[in-house]
Write a protein that binds this ligand. Structure first.
Ligand SMILES: C[S@@+](CC[C@H](N)C(=O)[O-])C[C@H]1O[C@@H](n2cnc3c(N)ncnc32)[C@H](O)[C@@H]1O
Length: 256
């Protein structure tokens, strides 16, 4: 708890929304969960790294690679990407000290704090307006873009915020959630280089006997692009959040 508090107080954030809306708190909680669930999460990280390497192989030129939702950097093959691309640009709203320290090892790697929705300024002040993101679309040297375990996460904090702090009703909240996902997909499709989307496809909760007790669609009923490869990620093992249930997500890789 003290370590979590220390990280909260000492992590620099470019965007006020990172703190006010809860992104920093979420990043710290996720880092702690990653440590506790290491055996289950390592396999997922390895799958992500393999998928990114496969995407890198498909890129015909290797000038700049842009990774959106880089977070902890645990799911990124940093050494290989930095060896094959001239510039590696890792984007997230929040980077904890562990990611910042790791990044220092690679001279051609940069961490960029950026809001991939380009809408948080509006949303944080209660305006349910979703913009079409534009960043890096004018950079012809981006040869590979990876959206990394990000698209289904994008709506979660803004929608919760609008509902709790601005009384947005469920119907309008649902529209904002869908708009954020669609805007991200449209954004990715506008890049001229190779684009790889890594994202969860479904989420199931099981009881101790292994029966499905709940299932939800992380895509808010938006149809995701077809996945070429999938794997299961035991995201909440038994005992992590409850002694009665555990959760498994199926993660898929698409090339857009
Ligand atoms: C499920 S995590 C995946 C992160 C990373 N790939 C990992 O496993 O550590 C989703 C990431 O998306 C980031 N994120 C969510 N909304 C964002 C936004 N609007 N702009 C930039 N990053 C955002 C979060 O900060 C978080 O690091």
């Amino acid at each position: 708890m003290i370590w979590e508090m220390w990280q909260y107080l000492t992590t620099p954030t470019k965007f006020t929304e990172a703190k006010t809306m809860g992104y920093l708190k979420e990043a710290i909680a996720m880092a702690a969960r990653a440590k506790r669930c290491q055996p289950q999460w390592n396999a997922h990280y390895e799958h992500c790294q393999q998928a990114i390497l496969q995407a890198a192989n498909r890129a015909v030129q290797k000038r700049k690679v842009l990774i959106l939702g880089a977070g902890s950097l645990n799911d990124i093959p940093l050494t290989e990407l930095c060896a094959s691309f001239q510039q590696v640009i890792l984007v997230d709203l929040v980077f904890l000290d562990s990611a910042r320290k790791l990044a220092l090892k690679y001279p051609n790697l940069s961490l960029v704090e950026h809001d991939v929705t380009e809408s948080l300024e509006w949303l944080s002040s209660g305006r349910d307006m979703v913009q079409q993101p534009q960043a890096w679309l004018d950079d012809p040297q981006i040869d590979l873009v990876v959206s990394l375990n990000l698209v289904t996460q994008i709506p979660l904090i803004p929608v919760k915020w609008l509902m709790s702090d601005y009384g947005l009703n469920e119907e309008d909240a649902d529209i904002v959630g869908k708009q954020l996902i669609v805007a991200h997909l449209n954004y990715l499709k506008q890049f001229s280089g190779e684009v790889c989307l890594i994202a969860d496809r479904n989420s199931r909760e099981f009881n101790v006997a292994g029966d499905v007790v709940d299932e939800f669609d992380p895509w808010w009923d938006i149809e995701p692009p077809r996945a070429q490869t999938t794997w299961d990620w035991e995201i909440i093992p038994l005992g992590e959040a409850s002694n009665e249930t555990w959760q498994k997500n199926t993660v898929g890789v698409s090339f857009l």
